[in-house]
Ligand binder design. Structure first.
Ligand code: AMP
Ligand code: ZN
Length: 522
C-alpha cells in the first residue's frame, strides 16, 4: 500500500489527504516564469519544489496518469521594454520573439541542470489568446466583467451576486481594506471599484504587441489589445487541464471544471491566484460560479540570500546561470545537483536562506554519497527507499527525507546502527557486504528519485561495479562452502558462470584459508 499523500492547502490552511478528482488523470498547474531575463535562484525554488511533487505523483499514480502543466508568460510589459532596449532596430514582434526565445532556452538549460523534468505541457500565453478572449466574453455575459475605455475589467463586487461563487478573498483571507489598499496601487479612473482588475487592455502603437478579436470583440473594444496577467493562467490551465478531460467553456458541469493542484510562490496568493479563482469559477464553474478552480493550492516560501531579501539594488541578486557558470557566488561555480540538494534541505513552505555555507555543506554531503555509491554500490537496479517516499508524502517533507537518506548512507558505509556487536559478529561477511551493496544501491536510487543523479559512473566505473558484484558473490560462495552448504556454493558458481566468470579455487599459502580467484572467460 503506498502511503497517503498529504498536502498543505493554502485554501483551507490545513494539511489534507490528497484525493484526486480522477486518479487516472492527476492534474497540476504551476505558474511559470515571465520570460524576459535570466531566472534568479528564487525562481528556481517553485520549479524544484513542484518537480519533486511531480516525481512523487508519478510514483504514486503512475507516470502516465499525471499531467503537469507549467506555463511561460510571454506577454508582459517587461518583455516589451526589454525588446525595445535590446533590439531597437527590429520590428516589435520580431524583437519580442528574440527576447522570449532566448530567455526560454536559457530557462530550460538552467532548470535541466537543476535536475528538473520537463513538464508534460508548457503552454505559452501567446498561443492561447483566443481562449482568453472566449473567457472574457463569458465573464461579460455573466455580468462580472465590463468594458471601459478599451479595457475589459473584472468587477470584483459582482462575484457576490453569483449565488455559489467562492467569496472573493477566500484564498488570500485578507481583510477587505487590505485588498483594496493592494489594488489601489494602480487605481484607474475607469474602474467601477478599486478592487476591479484588468482582463484586457489596449495596446500602444509600436510599443506593445496587440491582438484583434477574430470572433468578434466585446462592445466598446475597437482597437487591438492584450491580455492582463491573471487571465493568462485561467486560459492556459483550462486549455491543458480541463478541455482535454472533458471540461472547459463548453462544459456546464462544475465537477468537470476543477483540476487537482495549483502551485506557485507565496507572493502569488494575492492578487494573482485570488484573481485566477474568481475568473475561472465565474467563467466555467457553472452558471452560479460554483467551483474552486483547483482543489489544492500550494505555495512555496521565499528565498533570501545571506539573510537579506534578494534585490538588484543590494547587489545580492543571483541568477541560476551565474551559480552554474560563473564565479559570482562564493567565488566559484556550483554543480546543479549541489544547488538542488541545498534547496531541498529546507521544507518548501519555510523561508530559505541561500548561503555559501549551505552550498558547501550540500557539496560535502554529495561527495560522501558519491564515494559510498562508487565504492560499495553495484549496477543492480534498486528501488527508492519506501521511508523516503513516505516522508515526502507528508507534505513534501524533504528535510526529513534527507535525514533518512543520511541513515541509508550510514548503512552503505557499514554502520549498522541498530544492531548489537554480537549481532554484527554473527553476520557473516557475505551478508554484510550484501547489505552494504544493497544500501549503496538504495542510496543511488533514492537520490535519483529526488532528481539528484549522482553520476557515480565516471570512466571505468562500470567495470568497478561489475567487479564489486562478482566479489560479493564469491564471498557468499566461500561462506557457503565454510558451512558445507555445497548446493548453495554450486548455485552461486553457476550464477557467476552465467555472468561469464570462471572461478579458480585455492588456498592462502600463509593462513591455509580457502581462496577463490576469478577471470572473465574468453
Ligand atoms: P515571476 O517570474 O516573478 O512571476 O516568478 C516566477 C516564480 O518564482 C513565481 O512562482 C514566484 O512566486 C517565484 N519566486 C519569485 N521570487 C522568489 C523568491 N525570492 N523565492 C521563492 N520564489 C520566488
Ligand atoms: Zn499564474
Amino acid at each position: 500500500m503506498p502511503p497517503t499523500l498529504r498536502l498543505y492547502n493554502t485554501l483551507t490552511r490545513t494539511k489534507e489527504d490528497f484525493v484526486p478528482v480522477d486518479a487516472a488523470n492527476v492534474r497540476m498547474y504551476v505558474c511559470g516564469p515571465t520570460v524576459y531575463d535570466y531566472a534568479h535562484i528564487g525562481n528556481a525554488r517553485p520549479v524544484i519544489v513542484f518537480d519533486v511533487l511531480y516525481r512523487l505523483l508519478r510514483h504514486l499514480y503512475g507516470a502516465d496518469h499525471v499531467t503537469y502543466a507549467r506555463n511561460l508568460t510571454d506577454v508582459d510589459d517587461k518583455i516589451n521594454a526589454r525588446a525595445a532596449r535590446d533590439f531597437p532596430g527590429l520590428p516589435l514582434n520580431e524583437a519580442i520573439a528574440k527576447v522570449t526565445e532566448a530567455t526560454t532556452a536559457q530557462f530550460h538549460a538552467d532548470i535541466a541542470a537543476l535536475g528538473c523534468l520537463p513538464p508534460d505541457e508548457e503552454p505559452r500565453a501567446t498561443d492561447h489568446i483566443g481562449q482568453m478572449q472566449a473567457i472574457i466574453h463569458r465573464l461579460i455575459a455573466r455580468g462580472v466583467a465590463y468594458v471601459a475605455e478599451e479595457h475589459v475589467l473584472f468587477h470584483v463586487p459582482a462575484v457576490a451576486h453569483l449565488r455559489a461563487a467562492p467569496k472573493y478573498g477566500a484564498l488570500a483571507r485578507r481583510p477587505l481594506d487590505e485588498m483594496i489598499a493592494g489594488a489601489r496601487v494602480d487605481v484607474a479612473p475607469y474602474k467601477r471599484d478599486p478592487m476591479d482588475f484588468v482582463l484586457w487592455k489596449p495596446s500602444r502603437d509600436g510599443i506593445d504587441p496587440g491582438w484583434l478579436w477574430p470572433n468578434g470583440a466585446p462592445e466598446g473594444i475597437t482597437r487591438p489589445g492584450r491580455p492582463g496577467w491573471h487571465i493568462e493562467c485561467s486560459a492556459m490551465s483550462m486549455a491543458k487541464l480541463l478541455e482535454p478531460f472533458g471540461g472547459g467553456l463548453a462544459c456546464d458541469d462544475p465537477q468537470k471544471n476543477v483540476f487537482d493542484i495549483h502551485g506557485g510562490g507565496i507572493d502569488l496568493v494575492f492578487p494573482h491566484h485570488e484573481n485566477e479563482i474568481a475568473q475561472s469559477c465565474c467563467a466555467f464553474g457553472g452558471a452560479d460560479g460554483s467551483g474552486r478552480m483547483a482543489n489544492y493550492w500550494m505555495h512555496n516560501g521565499f528565498l533570501q540570500v545571506e539573510g537579506e531579501k534578494m534585490s538588484k539594488s543590494l547587489g545580492n541578486f543571483v541568477t541560476i546561470n551565474e551559480l552554474l557558470e560563473t564565479e559570482t557566488f562564493g567565488g566559484r561555480k556550483w554543480p546543479g545537483e549541489v544547488l538542488r540538494l541545498a534547496m531541498l534541505k529546507t521544507h518548501y513552505r519555510q523561508p530559505i536562506d541561500w548561503t555559501v555555507k549551505a552550498l558547501e555543506e550540500a557539496e560535502k554531503k554529495l561527495e560522501r554519497y558519491r564515494g559510498l555509491i562508487k565504492n560499495f554500490g553495484s549496477d543492480r537496479p534498486a528501488n527508492p527507499s519506501a521511508i523516503v517516499v513516505q516522508r515526502l508524502s507528508d507534505d513534501l517533507n524533504t528535510p526529513s527525507a534527507l535525514a533518512e537518506i543520511d541513515a541509508i548512507a550510514r548503512r552503505a558505509n557499514g554502520v549498522v546502527g541498530s544492531l548489537s556487536d554480537d549481532e554484527i559478529r554473527s553476520l557473516n561477511s557475505a551478508t554484510a557486504i550484501e547489505a552494504q551493496t544493497a544500501a549503496a544501491n538504495e542510496l543511488r536510487a533514492t537520490l535519483l528519485f529526488l532528481g539528484i543523479d549522482i553520476d557515480a559512473e565516471p570512466e571505468g566505473a562500470v567495470n568497478l561495479l561489475f567487479e564489486r558484484e562478482v566479489e560479493t558473490k564469491i564471498a557468499a560462495r566461500l561462506d557457503a562452502r565454510r558451512v558445507k552448504n555445497f548446493a548453495e556454493s554450486d548455485r552461486i558458481r553457476d550464477e557467476l558462470a552465467a555472468m561469464g566468470i570462471a572461478l579458480k579455487d585455492g588456498k592462502d599459502p600463509a593462513s591455509g584459508e580457502p581462496t577463490t580467484s576469478w577471470e572473465v572467460k574468453r
